[in-house]
Ligand binder design. Structure first.
Ligand SMILES: NC(=O)c1ccc[n+]([C@@H]2O[C@H](COP(=O)([O-])OP(=O)(O)OC[C@H]3O[C@@H](n4cnc5c(N)ncnc54)[C@H](O)[C@@H]3O)[C@@H](O)[C@H]2O)c1
Ligand SMILES: O=P(O)(O)OC[C@H](O)CO
Length: 336
């Protein structure tokens, strides 16, 4: 009988904890790194993480520690689940502690501000590893639903398909069904841009614009995501899969989505400061809308919905004005 895979998960936020639970249910030996001792203590003694997943009972083979060296030791897979904008600094600290042949797996959905790098690119840059040692998990995976063991599919992507298959086996459970993919660029962009489109749909919902507006934003949002992805070498078909359409549908229709909820609050007329104050967890699109727009400009790709979200969130443009401008753009064919 083969040994169970060893997994380190950095860190114990909503998705790190929920995904740690998936890995534990799939038979892995999991160590979760928590920043705060009280979170590690609650996981180890109470089998709970009340700050991030209240009411969820965590499995016994999920342990937590505040010592990054202890978490990293001997891990076959090292999962990274921190806010995208702190990842570079976090990984710089953890890189010397990583197990020699560990596969680094991004659970994050963001693009770095300033560099416009995807998370796998930041990981390769900081940990000095090749693409065959870096993978991504993405798809329609709202943490609270996964933690309730409600069914979901996902994509596990690595340029090396053998690694993707190993990762697939490590996280496959009766309620979590991962598919392999080699289009890492498309999978990561799908995840990062859907947060921005989730904000746009939330704003529209908050303004009471109706379901036609929602369907239109999702579809045109997907079109601009695919346009960016194609310019960056992704397979356009990836965007009609779980990492694209699947995640957009889940995010744009769920009150559990932090990005959707953030947008809804803005659309209802809350100020940015008030909205930030009531948002307790990471809504990646708030920062990544700027880095996605930056990436698109660098590649000469038009992303009008993303630019509109930047204008509303960061430039203080009133949503009614932004809506009028978006609707009065020059007429064009659907596919161009
Ligand atoms: N929650 C979900 O449903 C979900 C699902 C799929 C992917 N994701 C992605 O997972 C990533 C993490 O999101 P989350 O939902 O777990 O966020 P979260 O806000 O619930 O948790 C963030 C975690 O990062 C830690 N953290 C915050 N600042 C830090 C810093 N400076 N240094 C080290 N650690 C820090 C926090 O302590 C916490 O453990 C995001 O990229 C998100 O898009 C989330
Ligand atoms: O809560 P959100 O908006 O970060 O979305 C969570 C997941 O990415 C949904 O797949």
């Amino acid at each position: 009988m083969s040994m169970p895979a060893k997994a380190a998960v950095f860190s114990a936020g909503s998705w790190g904890t929920a995904f740690g639970m998936v890995l534990a249910d799939a038979g892995c030996e999991v160590t979760l790194w928590a920043r705060r001792p009280e979170v590690a203590e609650a996981v180890n003694s109470g089998r709970t993480n009340p700050d991030y997943l209240p009411g969820v009972e965590l499995p016994g083979n999920l342990r937590a520690t505040t010592d990054p060296a202890e978490a990293a030791a001997g891990a076959d897979f090292t999962f990274l689940s921190v806010p995208s904008q702190t990842m570079r600094a976090n990984l710089a600290e953890w890189a010397p502690l990583l197990a020699p042949r560990t596969v680094l797996v991004s659970l994050m959905k963001g693009v770095e501000l300033g560099t416009a790098m995807r998370m796998s690119e930041v990981i390769e840059d900081v940990a000095k590893v090749g693409p065959d040692r870096v993978a991504v998990v993405t798809g329609p995976n709202l943490a609270r639903e996964i933690a309730a063991r409600m069914p979901a599919a996902a994509v596990v992507a690595c340029t090396d398909e053998t690694v993707a298959r190993r990762l697939q086996a490590a996280c496959h459970t009766p309620y979590f069904r991962p598919y392999t993919e080699t289009d890492v660029v498309g999978c990561e962009l799908g995840g990062a841009v859907k947060n921005v489109i989730g904000l746009a749909v939330g704003i529209a919902d908050g303004m009471g614009l109706g379901d036609n507006a929602k369907g239109s934003l999702i579809t045109r949002g997907l079109a601009e995501t695919a346009r960016l992805g194609t310019a960056l070498g992704a397979d356009p078909l990836t965007f009609s899969g779980l990492a694209g359409l699947g995640d957009l549908v889940a995010t744009c229709s769920s009150p559990l989505s932090r990005n959707h909820t953030f947008g809804t609050n803005l659309g209802k007329g809350m100020s940015l400061e008030e909205t930030i104050a009531v948002t307790k967890q990471t809504a990646e699109g708030v920062k990544s809308c700027e880095s996605v727009a930056d990436l698109a400009r660098r590649h000469g790709v038009e992303m009008p919905i993303t630019e509109t979200v930047v204008d509303i969130v960061h430039e203080g443009k009133p949503p009614v004005v932004a809506l009028k401008e978006l609707m009065s753009r020059s007429a064009k064919p659907e596919r161009r």
